[in-house]
Write a protein that binds this ligand. Structure first.
Ligand code: GLV
Length: 320
């Protein structure tokens, strides 16, 4: 008999076929968000769960699934899953690292350029018919050459951002609980420093850390007060790492100059004041959204799921 699997949202069509062949599949919804009641009801007889970062897989969900063997998250971040509780119940948890590193780093650079050179604001200006001719002071922005990029979290994505930043002649400083190998630091021209120093020295600050209890509100009022008033803040990691209300205040009071956000504290809601600020670029959590990467993420999630269901060690097992 094929194992019973709950898929919370459809995968890309070409990957659906391959999953349907191997398991008895129940697809929960094609809407962006799966109502919690439905998740709780549908998980009860399943051995496998393939889910996304928008699904909260907590104790209550896990308790409803006595036969569950594996939770395969189609994302690199696993903050939506109670890892410790899953582990205590002998349930494997997997994610999709590596395949989304380059796409997310690309988007980070896009946000850096968009905020530093005011691209979205300038685009709106053209569409509103306001471009009446070249002007010496039209949309002046910040030049990247020679500026300091502070990377918080120097894992796969942080390093991929550093590689790209070198091409723009940015000076790279970083902070991570674990300092990188000296050879890698040399290769990337990256200098390790404390968080405090990073906040003080960086012209552009980019977050690439996982969301954990330690990184929740890692940047709040106090941290904004340490930054340069010309600083640009970029977040393509997880919303709650930034205190969004403190960010609004910092932008309003000129404590920093601009922000580029792909993630939000209470996704999908966005602090209303951010919506009306010209110095903020807002994206709908699309860091990994390229055809290639999303396909690879789907394939990796399916592979992990099937390995777990067969009793094998999945390739991307998340260690607790
Ligand atoms: C996206 O945010 C991911 O964690 O994959």
């Amino acid at each position: 008999m094929k194992p019973r699997v709950l898929l919370t949202h459809p995968l890309l069509p070409e990957v659906m076929d391959c999953l349907e062949k191997e398991v008895e599949l129940e697809l929960a919804t094609s809407e962006a968000l799966l109502p919690r009641e439905e998740l709780l009801a549908r998980i009860s007889d399943k051995q496998g769960l393939l889910c996304f970062l928008t699904d909260q897989i907590d104790r209550e969900v896990i308790d409803r699934a006595p036969e569950l063997k594996i939770i395969a998250n189609c994302a690199v971040g696993v903050n939506n899953i109670d890892l410790k509780y899953a582990r205590s119940r002998g349930i494997l948890v997997t994610n999709t690292p590596d395949v989304l590193t380059e796409a997310t780093a690309d988007l980070t650079l896009a946000l850096i350029l968009a905020t530093a050179r005011r691209l979205v604001e300038a685009d709106r200006f053209c569409r509103q018919g306001k471009f009446l001719g070249w002007q010496i002071d039209l949309f002046l922005g910040q030049e990247l050459t020679g500026r300091v990029l502070g990377i918080i979290g120097f894992g796969r994505i942080g390093r991929a951002v550093a590689r790209r930043a070198r091409a723009f002649n940015l000076k790279i400083i970083y902070h991570d609980p674990q300092r990188a190998d000296i050879l890698l630091e040399r290769e990337l021209g990256a200098e390790f420093c404390s968080l405090e120093e990073l906040f003080q020295r960086a012209d552009i600050i980019s977050i690439h850390a996982p969301l954990t209890p330690q990184t929740h509100h890692l940047i709040s009022r106090k941290e904004f007060s340490m930054m340069k008033n010309t600083a640009i803040l970029i977040n393509t990691a997880r919303g709650p790492i930034l205190d969004e209300k403190a960010l609004v205040e910092a932008l309003k009071n000129g404590k920093i100059q601009a922000a580029g956000l792909d993630v939000y504290e209470n996704e999908p809601s966005i602090e209303p004041e951010l919506l009306s600020m010209d110095n903020v670029v807002l994206l709908p959590h699309i860091g990994s959204a390229t055809f290639e990467t999303r396909r690879k993420m789907c394939l990796a999630a399916v592979k992990n799921l099937l390995q777990g269901l067969r009793g094998e060690r999945p390739e991307n097992l998340v260690e607790v």
